[in-house]
Every structure is written in structure tokens, then in C-alpha cells.
Write a protein that binds this ligand. Structure first.
Ligand code: NAI
Length: 345
């Protein structure tokens, strides 16, 4: 089968890591017609818009996209394109698997959790105001709707059941945010009643930050709101050694956008240094979504093998393994080669 997929190279290290992801997917024998479009800083400079209409149309038509990281200017400038895409395509569940990679001997060799972050609401509702002649006060609205809480809880429990997980942990701060986190909590436990085969538990976000550092192996599927999930998913990526191996999927009922969890890493951009694994594993998640489970599992295996070999690995993991680093393109070439070897075996 031939698939049409929107491809956004992204900013900073995006083009370097995303081209590896694309080559690895092709090496896994999946026939993809890539519709290459722009977003982010490059699009803003070249077209005057960080999210050109052509990009939106491409995703609308193809329903799936593989996207590189995009620059969001700090404090002023254009608003986040990632937030806009999640809203336009109603991508309410952001799924971030965090799994220790064998051979990458980090402090936590047995982490295997799925962090599911709400994608369209909360403090990312983009409703901010400032008041007074000197703008003495500023507020941001934390919007939470019952319908999104309900469908997100259903998504998390269905995901847990489908992937043979045993429990879902809701992370919130309903002792302080009694109405917003309270609403999410209320819907979570209501929905949980339909899943007696799964354990449903809750924990306050501050305690969760500590528990993730102390006992990350205890967690299975973790569900949380937009801002908490943004912070905790970087923390969780740190547990497995580097954000350079952490993929992400933005899922809605009709559309899905796959990307590495990391950002544009401007200090690495253009230096052929960035780890391409997060982008490659995002590609594997895309293939699984398309029903190409075998190709996805071959890609995951190729990633494990190349890291285990330890010969062509980028600086972030080379440092952990105590070996000398390879470049993005060297690691990319080995990933493609190993994928082809596994296809032929
Ligand atoms: P970042 O994820 O780009 O960098 C955080 C740290 O991780 C840095 O030390 C960086 O060198 C390292 N890192 C990131 N990717 C890596 C890779 N593939 N291999 C090795 N090391 C890697 O986050 P930061 O610095 O907070 O943000 C930079 C820009 O990226 C900002 O404009 C931000 O808005 C954007 N961003 C975009 C995201 C997206 O498009 N999904 C997600 C996160 C940030």
C-alpha cells in the first residue's frame, strides 16, 4: 500500500533528524509519498506566516503528518505553531512513550511508561490578558471542559487495554485547582468504572515529580493535563538518559501528527550532532498508526541494535556509554543499514 504523509522538516536540528526518520521508514519497505511543507520560523521568514494555509491543507488532506520541532519565540513574536496545530486538528491526546533503551546504561534501566498529556486545553488555551496602564497584572485562563476530560480518560483506558497495561495514574493538583483539576479527576474516575480490568489511581503533581525520580519503574500509563504533561514528559525523558530518544504522537479522532518530543536545540543545529532516534521512533509510531506494525517493530529493533553496537551513536548517548561520539549522519546511515539488514533477515 502507498501512503501519502505530510512531512514538515522543522527548524533548528529538525531537517537533520527528520531526514534520517524519512530514510529509515523507506528502508523498512513502506511506500510513502511525502508531501513536504513548511511551518515554524523558516515558514515565517519565507512566507510571512509560521503556519501557511498550504501546510494546514496538506494535513487536512492526508490526515497524518511527520513533523520536526518548530521554534516558538519567547515572550513576544508569533504564537506556538504546535499549539495551533493541536487546536486546528483537535489533537487532544499527546502520547509519549518513555522506555529505557537496552545498552544505554542509564540510572533507570527498567522505565516503561506511557505519558498521555492533554493537548488542546488547560494553560495552553492561549487566552492571556494584561491590565492597567503599566500592565501591572497579567492573567492566563486555564480552560478545562468536561467533554475533553471524558474523551481523554476514555483514550487513556482504551490505550492501556489495547497495549496490555495494568494501571492508569492520573496526575493532578485538585487540592488547589479544585474546579479545573477537580473536573478532570471527576471524569477520570467515572470513566474508570467501565474498565474494571485496569487499576485507576491518582497522585498530586508535585509528589509525582519526586516519585518519577525515586521510583519511575512503578508507573505504567500516566494521564495528565497539558502543562503538567509538558514538564513531566521532559523529566521522564531525562530518566532514560536523553530527550534525543523520546518520540511523541499528537492524536485526535480524525488526524494525527508524529514528532520527536524535543525542540529545535539551536545550539546543535547545523552541526551534524543531534540524536536522530526520537525522530526515527516518531516515524515508527506513525507506521503503527498506519497499520504497518511489522515495519514499526523492525525500526525499533534497529534502534536498539545500533545503540547496543555503540559504534555509531551521537554524543548524548555516547557520553552515557563512555564511547566516542558519531555524527547524526553516521548514526543515520547505520540505522538505515541495520533496518535493511533486518528486513532481509
Ligand atoms: P530542546 O528540546 O530544543 O533542548 C533541550 C535540551 O535537549 C538541550 O540541551 C538540547 O541540546 C538537548 N537536545 C534536544 N534535542 C536533542 C537531540 N535530538 N539530540 C541531543 N540533544 C538534544 O528545548 P529548548 O531548548 O527548551 O527549546 C528550543 C526551541 O525548541 C524553542 O524555540 C522551543 O519553543 C522549541 N520547542 C519545540 C518543540 C516542538 O516543536 N515540538 C518542543 C520543545 C521545544
Amino acid at each position: 500500500m502507498r501512503y501519502k504523509v505530510t512531512f514538515i522538516p522543522g527548524d533548528g536540528i529538525g531537517p537533520e533528524v527528520m531526514s534520517v526518520a524519512r530514510s529509515v521508514i523507506e528502508a523498512a519497505g513502506v511506500d510513502v509519498d511525502w508531501d513536504v511543507v513548511m511551518a515554524g520560523e523558516r515558514a515565517y521568514i519565507e512566507t510571512g506566516s509560521p503556519l501557511p494555509e498550504e501546510t494546514i491543507e496538506s494535513i487536512r488532506e492526508n490526515k497524518v503528518a511527520l513533523k520536526g520541532p518548530l521554534t516558538t519565540p519567547i515572550a513576544s513574536g508569533y504564537s506556538s505553531v504546535n499549539v495551533a496545530l493541536r487546536k486546528i486538528f483537535d489533537l487532544y491526546a499527546i502520547v509519549r512513550p518513555v522506555k529505557s533503551i537496552p545498552g544505554l546504561s542509564c540510572r533507570y534501566p527498567n522505565v516503561n511508561l506511557i505519558l498521555i498529556r492533554e493537548g488542546t486545553e488547560g494553560l495552553y488555551s492561549s487566552i492571556e490578558h494584561s491590565f492597567g496602564a503599566g500592565k501591572e497584572v497579567a492573567i492566563a485562563l486555564r480552560v478545562v471542559t468536561r467533554s475533553t476530560c471524558r474523551r481523554l480518560a476514555h483514550f487513556a483506558f482504551e490505550y492501556a487495554r489495547k497495549h496490555r497495561r495494568r494501571k492508569v495514574t492520573l496526575v493532578h493538583k485538585a487540592n488547589i485547582l479544585k474546579l479545573t483539576c477537580g473536573l478532570m479527576r471527576e471524569e477520570f474516575f467515572k470513566v474508570a468504572e467501565n474498565y474494571p480490568d485496569l487499576r485507576a489511581e491518582e497522585i498530586l503533581v508535585d509528589n509525582m515529580a519526586m516519585q518519577l525520580v525515586l521510583n519511575p519503574e512503578e508507573y505504567d500509563v500516566v494521564l495528565t493535563s497539558n502543562m503538567f504533561g509538558d514538564i513531566l514528559s521532559d523529566l521522564a525523558a531525562g530518566l532514560i538518559g536523553t530527550i534525543g530518544v523520546s518520540p511523541s504522537a499528537n492524536i485526535g479522532d480524525e488526524y494525527a501528527i508524529f514528532e520527536p518530543t524535543h525542540g529545535t536545540a539551536p545550539q546543535l543545529a547545523g552541526r551534524d550532532m543531534a540524536n536522530p532516534v526520537a525522530a526515527v521512533l516518531a516515524g515508527a509510531m506513525l507506521l503503527e498508526h498506519l497499520g504497518e506494525a511489522k515495519a514499526a517493530s523492525i525500526i525499533r529493533r534497529a534502534v536498539e541494535d545500533v545503540i547496543k553496537e555503540g559504534k555509531y551513536i551521537t554524543f548524548d548517548i555516547a557520553k552515557i556509554c563512555g564511547v566516542s561520539p558519531a555524527s547524526t549522519s553516521q548514526m543515520g546511515r547505520r540505522l538505515v543499514e541495520r533496518t535493511q539488514e533486518l528486513m532481509e533477515s
